[in-house]
Design a protein around this ligand. Structure first.
Ligand code: 5CA
Ligand code: ZN
Length: 408
């Protein structure tokens, strides 16, 4: 699939420190240790509606990781999927009487435009579920050969007991797993399953739904196998970071890891699992199914500065759950009105300590709020008349662009 265009990223004269990240599987902040290029997989959108602030927050969060690695001197191989065939997309297409492929293409393009406006670095491999069906089929065949599958009325299931490490990604108790599985696309109550948590690998053909030929009959792949297959193909095993919002911890990331690890027991799927908090609006998680949405494209269409949207997101720590309010956005708009003229000055407060503070904060579990506070302190000092360092505004401007993705 076509990716989106990359914004220019200026290089810094100082290298950033090695990057640490909170790992969901251990509950600790761990140092990432890329061996050669850093390998990142971030779960992509299901393109049945426009990009909302929750999506934007998650992609901006992992854009900080991408930038922090680059600033630390690593090349980054970044892979993202598009779930361009799945139940919610097909259901929406039926409801609004649009061809499912047209809907997916339209919303994917809107997402690309939103990501470009927000200056999110594009993945090197932007990969659709549909185009990856041969990969999914090959991986399912490995699971079948490993004895990890069985059928229920023609649908092929993954047996979670085949994965000796099942539960190690999310570390949740069984009752919580069962509840989340039911809420997030699973079918714990279906008759004929060996374990209520077993998930679909290949769904047999349904009337009026798209389907493809496979050794398991005509049908389409389940959701979790899509990300396992795409990640393994483009990143290999034990890649550095598997990421997404924390609504994906279970079942999605647990199952994707399970599929990959049963097919290739010698290696872990990913080394670190990193999850962004949920952005809420009007008291609930912002979600397409609830309809309580603030769209990036709607704000762009009403001439809101995308950098103000980005700053609003950066002011919250990526792991916290928070509520979007319009006041947060207007506050960011006002902030940038103050920042821009200061960054255009010939001289300002000393830049060196700010460069260190920003790089250190971001390498420490992507602490953007601390980085933004360090930038604000420089703005305050410069605004109150500290113009002791010629050229420092240009250095800060470059710093904000390279690390936080703020082009001011
Ligand atoms: N296609 C799957 C992943 S393979 C999917 O979850 N798509 S999605 O469109 O529902 O979400 C896209 C990304 O945005 C996921 O990483 C998800 O965790 C994240 N996300 C969804 N809603 C929110 C929210 N309210 N706040 C923060 N992140 C969110
Ligand atoms: Zn995924």
């Amino acid at each position: 699939m076509r990716t989106w265009s990359a914004p220019a990223v200026p290089s810094l004269s100082v290298a950033g420190p090695s990057v640490s990240l909170f790992d969901t599987t251990t509950g600790e902040v761990v140092e990432t240790r890329p061996d050669g290029a850093a390998r990142l997989y971030v779960c992509g959108i299901t393109p049945y509606d426009a990009t909302h602030m929750g999506h934007a927050a998650t992609y901006v969060a992992f854009d900080l990781l991408n930038r922090a690695w680059r600033n630390a001197g690593h090349d980054v191989v970044y892979v993202q999927n598009v779930t361009d065939v799945d139940d919610p997309l097909l259901e929406r297409a039926t409801k609004v009487h649009v061809d499912w492929q047209e809907l997916a293409e339209r919303e994917t393009q809107l997402f690309r435009d939103d990501m470009e406006a927000l200056r999110v670095l594009p993945p090197e491999h932007y990969v659709g579920a549909v185009e990856s069906i041969p990969l999914a089929i090959a991986l399912i065949a490995k699971l079948q050969a490993a004895g990890a599958t069985y059928t229920v009325d023609g649908d092929l299931y993954f047996s979670v007991t085949a994965d000796a490490t099942f539960g190690e990604v999310s570390r949740l108790d069984r009752d919580t797993m069962l509840a989340l599985f039911g809420e997030r696309g699973g079918d714990p109550d279906r008759d004929g399953k060996k374990d209520p948590l077993d998930c679909v690998l290949w769904l047999s053909e349904r009337p009026d739904e798209p389907s493809w030929d496979s050794p398991f009959g005509r049908g389409r792949p389940g959701w979790h196998i899509e990300c396992s297959a795409i990640a393994l193909e483009h990143l290999g095993h034990a890649f550095d970071v598997q990421a997404g919002g924390n609504d994906l911890v279970f079942p999605h990331h647990e199952m994707s890891a399970g599929h990959a690890q049963v097919a290739h027991p010698a290696a872990r799927f990913a080394q670190v699992y990193s999850h962004a908090g949920m952005v809420g609006y009007d008291g609930e998680k912002m979600s397409k199914s609830k309809g309580n949405l603030v769209f990036v494209s709607a704000l762009r269409n009403s001439e809101v500065d995308p950098m103000a949207i980005r700053l609003t997101l950066l002011r919250k720590h990526y792991r916290s759950d928070w509520e979007w309010t319009d006041d947060l956005l207007w506050d960011a708009v006002d902030t940038l009105d103050v920042w821009r003229p200061l960054l255009a000055l010939e001289a300002g407060a000393p830049a060196g300590p700010v460069v260190d503070a920003v790089l250190t904060a971001l390498a420490n579990d992507l602490d953007a709020p601390t980085a933004v506070a360090a930038a604000q302190a420089w703005m305050d000092a410069t605004d109150s008349g500290d113009r002791t360092e010629p050229g420092s505004p240009a250095i800060i401007r470059t710093l904000l662009d390279a690390t936080l993705g703020l082009d001011l």
